[in-house]
Design a protein around this ligand. Structure first.
Ligand SMILES: Nc1nc2c(c(=O)[nH]1)N[C@H]1C(S)=C(S)[C@@H](COP(=O)(O)O)O[C@H]1N2
Ligand SMILES: [Mo]
Length: 305
């Protein structure tokens, strides 16, 4: 059953192809390429790209990935990640919690409720997708382990298994892959732990058996194959900000007005446009502004990028 977060997002019948054709018509100043019936829907998508919440195909979602532990090429994860042993799986929960411990994934899943969330994913590299995740709210897990008063941040770690992850041989990042959120970001109802896509188990290349999804932040915040969650007092180091804080800051909120030092973030390439990949304007907070802008009230988003 499809769950849609506060629906400004319509499951429209507008296809990426229709948008593309409409865009070309506008650029060429020519009408009548298609029957008038299609133009209405296409024009709406043109006006408001948020209507283009058409999920990418299973094939697109599972063959075009970033998961550097399996290589830095877009098809490396799909080719290499089958070596990852995902069962049994456990997550160590430690730091400022009432109930620290090592929780088996089975136990966690027996407690939480899995729902479908159709979210945009915007990679800092300018490409984007729409993915129908299955998962549960991270807040649900954090409430169960009992967050203590002093905790202000949540730190996450990916598994580090040199014998299963060929990409670890290359020191692109300081392994294990580490990420972090402020506690209020982690507790936000949009923040989920995903265990599936399209109602199927999440494939290894997408972060099996359990990964974070924070849809208003650049994709690298959504850390895969999590083995450790720590509630901490101080802002944790993250692999990408350690690599270059100037380029990949701790917050990493999707923001079309703050460019990456080496490229614009004003628009994005929606995967699946085929040869004529769709260019869409990037939305503030990736389209989740109404839901999350209040988290950053009074913060200079160029400083806290
Ligand atoms: N452990 C780990 N998590 C990771 C990455 C990674 O290299 N290692 N890549 C990130 C990046 S850059 C993106 S864009 C998303 C991609 O998620 P997807 O492959 O499921 O689309 O995963 C993020 N999570
Ligand atoms: Mo990314």
């Amino acid at each position: 059953m499809a769950y849609r977060w506060k629906n400004d997002l319509t499951w429209d019948d507008v296809t990426p192809e229709a948008q593309f054709i409409n865009r070309r018509q506008i650029m060429a100043g020519a009408g009548g390429l298609l029957g008038a019936g299609l133009i209405g829907g296409a024009a709406r998508a043109q006006d408001d790209p948020r209507l283009a919440l058409e999920p990418n195909s299973w094939e697109e979602i599972t063959t075009y990935n970033n998961y550097y532990e399996f290589g830095t090429g877009k098809s490396d994860p799909a080719n290499n990640a089958h070596t990852l042993t995902t069962s049994p799986w456990a997550i160590e929960v430690d730091g400022l919690v009432d109930n620290p411990g090592t929780y088996s994934l089975e136990d966690i899943l027996s407690e939480v409720e899995i729902e479908e969330r159709i979210y945009r994913l915007r990679c800092v590299e300018q490409w984007s997708m729409v993915i129908p995740w299955n998962g549960f709210e991270l807040a649900d897990l954090l409430n169960r382990v009992g967050v203590q008063d002093g905790a202000r941040y949540v730190a996450f770690e990916t598994a580090m298994r040199p014998e299963e992850m060929p990409g670890l041989r290359v020191p692109v990042l300081d392994w294990p892959y580490k990420e972090g959120l402020r506690l209020d970001e982690a507790m936000h109802p949009l923040t989920i732990m995903a265990t599936g896509i399209y109602g199927r188990d999440i494939p290894n290349q997408n972060g099996a058996p359990i990964r974070l999804v924070v849809p208003w932040k650049y994709g690298y915040k959504s850390i895969k194959s999590i083995v450790r969650i720590s509630l901490v007092e101080d802002q944790p180091t993250t692999s990408w900000s350690e690599y270059s804080d100037r380029e990949y800051g701790f917050y990493s909120n999707v923001n079309p007005n703050v460019d990456h030092p080496r490229w614009s973030q004003a628009d994005e390439r929606r995967i699946g446009g085929g040869l004529f990949a769709n260019r869409l304007p990037t939305l503030m907070f990736n389209g989740y502004e109404d839901d999350v802008a209040s988290l950053y009230e009074g913060m200079d988003l160029e400083v806290y990028h």
